[in-house]
Design a binder for this molecule. Sequence first.
Ligand code: SF4
Ligand code: SF4
Length: 303
Amino acid sequence: MENNTGIVFNIQRYSIDDGPGVRTTVFLKGCPLSCLWCSNPESQRGLPEITYRYTSCKRCGTCVQVCPAGAVTLDGGGVHIDRDACTLCEECVHHCVPEALKVSGKKMTVDEVFKVVKRDADYYEASGGGVTASGGEILAQADFVAALFRRCREAGYHTNADTCGFGDPAALCKILEYSDLVFFDLKHLDPAKHREYCGQSNELILDNLARVVKKGVPMVIRVPLIPGYNNSEDNLRALAETVKAAAGDAPVNLLPYHRYGANKYRMVDMTYRLEDVPELTQEELNKAKAIIDSYGLACEISK
Ligand code: SF4
Ligand code: SF4
């Protein structure tokens, strides 16, 4: 039976980086990968969870006192939540006056999300925009995404499926049925390195890349470019060769490494592991682009 609800952790209106025109991007919670450079660590776990903003916390200890599950502790490093013990009763959230505690992730129906999405229908029409589903990983909630995209299609909104490619092929096919565009991530062409950096090998991802091509949905290949991890000439050449062979006319979009998500790791009691990685220089970015260009692929560097 079709699953009409999804776990959503953000709905971003007026987005201009998630496909053509002005868009609404629906971010879903839960991802089967755990990329070292992930800028949305609060999206990785599949269920709603409590987030903690260290800089807003007054160390009052109220959350420790009110938690019926004994899941909260407070020490010199601030508040810590035992996520296995937490029952998500939200008592701590309601009692935290400075709002240092919040819930990330909310169960929403397709109807509820569509109500938000349709508010900007005029912008979609004027700009050639539409709706993007992103994550987390959308393949993990394929019934929900397919149902949402079907509604969007009926309303005439352009749909973009932003995926890491790791997921059940049947789930991918369901979403492709209602997708006008796919943003498809490729991170590393060496299966062992992919597993080391992202938690899973890349075979399934490459198989799914071929499925998108076979289905004929236009695609943009997106490459988060992480210095010292996947920006070697060898990897970029392997990547360009793979794209050229599998999806010859798909443009490649390089996404330069940034540290915007680093501060969010503490919010969900995770550790950011790329503390010492510097951002790429313009020269390094140009060199990466030149390698991709040399294969006759259309390549852009994102801001
Ligand atoms: S209730 Fe809020 S402000 Fe007080 S210790 Fe807990 S998180 Fe910090
Ligand atoms: S949501 Fe409830 S169980 Fe979880 S930490 Fe807060 S008070 Fe404790």
